[in-house]
Design a protein around this ligand. Sequence first.
Ligand code: C5P
Length: 243
Amino acid sequence: MHDARQKLIFALDVGNLDEARRWVEQLQGQVGVFKIGKQLFTRCGPEVVNMVQAGGGDVFLDLKYHDIPNTVAMAGLEAYRLGVKMFNVHALGGFEMMARLVAEIDKVCPRGNPARPILLAVTILTSSNEETLRAVGIDRPISVMVSKLARLAKDAGMDGVVASPQEVDLIRTACGADFAIVTPGVRPAFASQDDQKRVMTPGDALRAGADYLVIGRPISAAADPVAAAKMILEEMQTALEGS
Ligand code: C5P
């Protein structure tokens, strides 16, 4: 039996601890994982991670590390010590950066240990287009870069990637079934697209092969966020049972 709740990640895109706490208290019945990004973590630090965990939630620490291998490995060890369920780095940091992180995590928490975080890589940000890439000297199509970077992450021992739902097929082809795919850009039929350009419904994203869905405004901007989260969970459960 799949537990859709553990596959639903709510984006805690808020500015302070009190607001974050209100969302966790409100959604903890529906949402298993809360994503903490740069703004909230820079403001609150580890306290916000502890708050989510005390409320029974797991944490996706979305800090997208990108630095020299030693710095990323040491930051990753701190993320592990915070007990987060998953955290991420930029695959553009390179093979050695990711492999060194994996090696350090292996030492403290071998594969198979339930406390081991899921190590995720970001390939190409969905805010980038081919013009953005050309301006930094990358002349290849986005789809080529996404598969190349996903494969690099897999070869370095990373556990999965964050990717748009449209890239799931590409990544499955490059990396196989045993590789986690976390997708933002998910919009249930009842919600607005906001600024997301290429969206999929929760059911379609799971059927396409996504493992976790990151959803923010379709829940936070709903008139009744708990009811919205419940509808999303039901749609996810139906898709998971059909797969
Ligand atoms: O509100 P919404 O559902 O669009 O929120 C999606 C979340 O996923 C936000 O925190 C956003 O920053 C993040 N995200 C994204 N697209 C990416 C990577 C992360 O929307 N490629």
